[in-house]
Design a protein around this ligand. Structure first.
Ligand SMILES: Cc1cc2nc3c(=O)[nH]c(=O)nc-3n(C[C@H](O)[C@H](O)[C@H](O)COP(=O)(O)OP(=O)(O)OC[C@H]3O[C@@H](n4cnc5c(N)ncnc54)[C@H](O)[C@@H]3O)c2cc1C
Length: 349
């Protein structure tokens, strides 16, 4: 490890898209995966808890962060094998590569499959952690395998996509074994002839409004980017972590009962993630409970998208989490539905 990369008392406000203030006790920007074993051994000797940080776009700092925060800055993109099966190629990207830029590099090289996931913030290494998804595609659909450092065994390991316990906004890395694996590189199976996924959200209408009748992967990426820019606040302008709550997965009978009480309730089939369950639009529940546009001090519910909590600056995680708690309680009281927070909590309240 490089001792010059280790810093003490680092302000984390620039390292999270919510822009919340918090201080890391120790902070190490990791640029070489070979530094990991020594770095983690040192943290163990010192008794420091270890946290991993990517782009900070799915994190809420509840308070200052004790111990060692490792920022995953590993870089590099390479083609591992051509003609893997037919015209499929395996592309490997290091954990610190910015996700959106990687999707656009893939497209530019004719490697299709990531276009629906354009403009999601964050890093490649964090993408498997919550099985990022948008517009009908999840990383589970396109991931081949990944390389990680297993902190339990003290060795680098290879995990196939099928080993990763992927579920809706969830994986082995988020729920079953949080903190065990440090993902250093992710491989994707991409192909120039991969069928486009067009049937989700507003993609078809955006393409038709643009006069595109035979879309390419580039057209889909452009449509996704335009839709996202029109709906979601840009974290560079207004602090946010994207969707703050998961869309609840409920049994069809419960959804039908809710729809008879609340006829406008938005729900759709959740298959193949969860057969027999329906995904209910958490944003609709929150908006109808009266929260859209609500502001309390430095934090608020976004005025155009009730699923997004925003931070106007100068605030701390505690204020945001108090607002989130009140929203959860109000949705529970009104609909009997328990909302689950999507971003990961880090730091001590
Ligand atoms: C405007 C906006 C829109 C968004 N839209 C979407 C969307 O459409 N779909 C979606 O799924 N998400 C979305 N997100 C959430 C977020 O972008 C993704 O979850 C993203 O993958 C987080 O990446 P990150 O690098 O910022 O991770 P961070 O926030 O830094 O970390 C998230 C978690 O991953 C862990 N982690 C980070 N790197 C590693 C690693 N290398 N190895 C192991 N663990 C690691 C961290 O410890 C933490 O637990 C959005 C966020 C924003 C701000």
């Amino acid at each position: 490890m490089n001792p010059q990369h280790l810093r003490q008392h680092v302000q984390l406000q620039p390292y999270n898209t919510l822009g919340l203030m918090a201080v890391a006790e120790y902070f190490y920007a990791l640029t070489n995966a070979d530094d990991l074993p020594g770095l983690l051994a040192m943290a163990k000797t010192q008794g420091w808890p270890v946290q991993l940080l990517g782009g900070g776009s799915n994190i809420v700092f509840a308070g200052d962060v004790p111990g060692l925060t490792i920022q995953m800055n590993l870089r590099g993109i390479r083609e591992c094998s051509a003609d893997y099966a037919g015209d499929t190629v395996i592309i490997e990207a290091a954990a610190g590569e910015p996700w959106h830029a990687f999707t656009q590099t893939a497209l530019a090289n004719g490697w299709c499959g990531l276009e629906n996931l354009s403009l999601i913030p964050g890093s490649v290494g964090a993408a498997p952690v919550q099985n990022i998804g948008a517009y009908g595609v999840e990383i589970a659909d396109v991931m081949h395998s990944l390389r990680a450092y297993d902190r339990e065994q003290g060795v680098f390991v290879e995990l196939a996509a099928s080993d990763c316990g992927f579920a809706y906004r969830d994986s082995l890395f988020k729920s079953a074994q949080p903190g065990r694996y440090v993902i250093v590189a992710v491989r994707f199976a991409l192909s120039a002839t991969r069928p486009l996924v067009l049937g989700y959200g507003d993609i078809a209408s955006a393409l038709s409004a643009a006069g595109v009748s035979s879309p390419t992967a580039h057209d889909v990426a452009r449509a996704v980017i335009a839709i996202r820019q029109s709906k979601l606040p840009d974290p560079a302008l207004l602090g946010n972590a994207g969707s703050f709550f998961k869309n609840p997965l409920l049994p069809a009978a419960q959804v039908a009962a809710l729809q008879s009480d609340f006829p406008g309730l938005v729900a759709y089939a959740a298959q193949p993630q969860a057969p027999g369950l329906q995904k209910v639009a958490a944003g609709w529940l929150i908006e109808q409970a009266g929260w859209k546009g609500y502001r309390r001090g430095a934090v608020a519910v976004h005025e155009r998208q009730a699923l997004v909590l925003v931070h106007h600056g100068g605030g701390h995680g505690a204020e945001l989490l108090a607002l989130a708690d009140d929203i959860v309680a109000s949705v529970k009281a009104r609909y009997g539905v328990q909302l689950e927070q999507e971003p990961v909590l880090m730091g001590q309240a």
